[in-house]
Design a protein. Structure first.
Length: 212
């Protein structure tokens, strides 16, 4: 089994998510895992022992965000790594039986990204392979958000190929579903438990995608 570092890009505006993210991650990713935040100002809260924070530049409102990430990932030696956005919380225990089966595809030259969430199930897809009773699916070329920063394993060259240093490209991708976390937090302020709020918002966006 390969030890893959999980990198979490963040920015100063989302540092308030660090504390709940680290708690939920260590609760539901119930085996040792190195996690590294990539951001700007360091969070004021203490990080668990398996978390680290690397400053990659100055927070300048998207202007150089992708360029800062490109520079960082060009500087490391990892052939494969995981990446996840800072607002996608784990809310249930990780199925490592499935995860370990997916790791076998790291050496497949046709595989540049492995989505380890169920995100692809909700988009147009086709069968890619089967492994020990597990059906591996592939998002169709026509699927929206075929490549995203949901929790995934990346091959470094493929990741860098698809990460573009362009502010307009980033702004175009900032569609309303990217603000799901704010919607969840607003529901929790009204007294709805976080898990229930998360499921409610997720279901609403899935329904929107299916009806699009």
């Amino acid at each position: 089994m390969k030890d893959l570092t999980l990198y979490i890009p963040t920015c100063d505006s989302y540092l308030f998510l660090v504390k709940p993210y680290t708690f939920l991650f260590n609760k539901f990713w119930n085996r040792p895992q190195k996690v590294v935040y990539l951001g700007y100002d360091k969070p004021k809260c203490d990080l668990p022992d398996n978390f680290d924070f690397i400053t990659i530049g100055n927070d300048d409102d998207l202007k150089n965000w992708s360029s800062d990430l490109i520079n960082f990932f060009n500087s490391i030696d990892d052939e494969h790594f995981m990446v996840c956005t800072d607002d996608l919380f784990l809310v249930d225990y990780t199925n490592f039986e499935v995860y370990d089966k997916l790791l076998k595809y790291l050496d497949n030259p046709k595989v540049g990204r492995i989505n380890v969430s169920r995100d692809t199930v909700n988009r147009p897809h086709k069968d890619f392979d089967t492994s020990e009773g597990l059906t591996i699916i592939e998002a169709k070329q026509s699927a929206d958000y075929r490549i995203s920063l949901s929790l995934s394993i990346w091959r470094r060259d493929y990741f860098l190929k698809n990460l573009k240093p362009n502010k307009k490209t980033l702004e175009k991708s900032m569609t309303k579903e990217l603000y799901a976390t704010e919607k969840v937090l607003n529901l929790t302020k009204k007294g709805i438990p976080f898990r229930d709020a998360y499921k409610k918002i997720t279901k609403s966006f899935v329904n929107q995608l299916n009806n699009a």
